[in-house]
Design a protein around this ligand. Sequence first.
Ligand code: NAG
Ligand code: NAG
Ligand code: NAG
Length: 355
Amino acid sequence: MHPLPLTLLLLSSLAAVNAGSTARGGQCNQGNNRLQTGTYQFWSECTATNFCSDAGVCEAKTCRKDDFPFGYAQDSHEIPDKCPRGEFCPDEGSGCQALIEVGNPCQMDRDDQCQAPPNFRELTDDTGRGRNFNGSVCLNNVCMWANATLQNNCTVENTAYIAYEVGGEFINIVSRDNCALGLYCDSSQRVCLNEKALNEACTADKECQSWNCLETGVCGKPSAEPHHFGIYVYILVALGIFGGMFGTLISLFFMHRKQRDADREKRLQYWKEQNAFHQNLKNMRETARMSILSLQDRSARSTMYSRNDDTQPIMQSVGTKSSGLRNYMVRDDGSDYDDGVMMQPTKRTQDGNRF
Ligand SMILES: *[C@@H]1O[C@H](CO)[C@@H](O)[C@H](O)[C@H]1NC(C)=O
Ligand SMILES: *[C@@H]1O[C@H](CO)[C@@H](O)[C@H](O)[C@H]1NC(C)=O
Ligand SMILES: *[C@@H]1O[C@H](CO)[C@@H](O)[C@H](O)[C@H]1NC(C)=O
């Protein structure tokens, strides 16, 4: 199968080039109206927003058939309306007309120009394949109803479109017929046959229910059918998502744990240093005090005998405190360390056992 969107794109860009050049009010000849080779797009001598009137003058179009008509600016107030139900806008855009009765001439591929059959509800094609419009079909420029039944005579119209692809062009044959839904018109026998199921032999898309005759010559799945993935794909994707999530969480946890440990080590180091400084200071202070006291003692002893009891408790408390502090430091990371100098030896022990 050829890439259809690309083909359509190229067709429409080609169409952009193919409009007449006579401006509004200019002279034109209706006899030169035609369908373009390969694309079958309607062409007149007038520019895209005008049509060649019966008087031979280019006039503004008064109706449109497309939702987005070519040649108008996007916000243009000139864009004419579409026709109401029961009427149609011809390719020329020359004004709405009443629907055409069955058996009368219509414009190429304009099924919507034909009157609907009474049983239009059964015949209408709602599959989106464009087999008919409201049960009627324009074949070989004649309005018909798409009501031919199994093994009965049918009418077929084969149109060769020139389609473009990268590096060249190819012929795309579109075959249309008046068979009822579920049937196709066999090109050689000219009778309606049942559409073929999956994997049955085929020679054209129209023979298949799926509208897709593979190059291997059997009916394949509809080309528009979405591709379904096996359950394992969903499981793999879910595993991937959750694996990624938890992998990130766990690796972050380990990364941060290393960092936390390093920080804790640093703080411990810091508080050990602080403790050492603190002890040094205290020792220095005690030494100074002792030397002052011994000086006083010596001078006091020289005048009168007096025993000073202050010396002994202070020395004792210093020894107990320093060991208790070290204990405390090793256990804790030191974040809520408070000054041990002011504390009594008994209280220190309690604090040290806080954990
Ligand atoms: C189909 O034809 C019927 C009968 O003429 C009409 O009432 C109805 O509006 C048509 N539907 C469309 C979509 O044109
Ligand atoms: C089928 O459509 C044709 C016109 O194309 C009409 O003449 C004929 O009566 C229709 N047959 C049935 C059974 O509706
Ligand atoms: C089908 O068309 C052939 C001529 O092409 C004709 O002889 C035959 O009677 C037609 N059959 C029916 C059922 O209309």
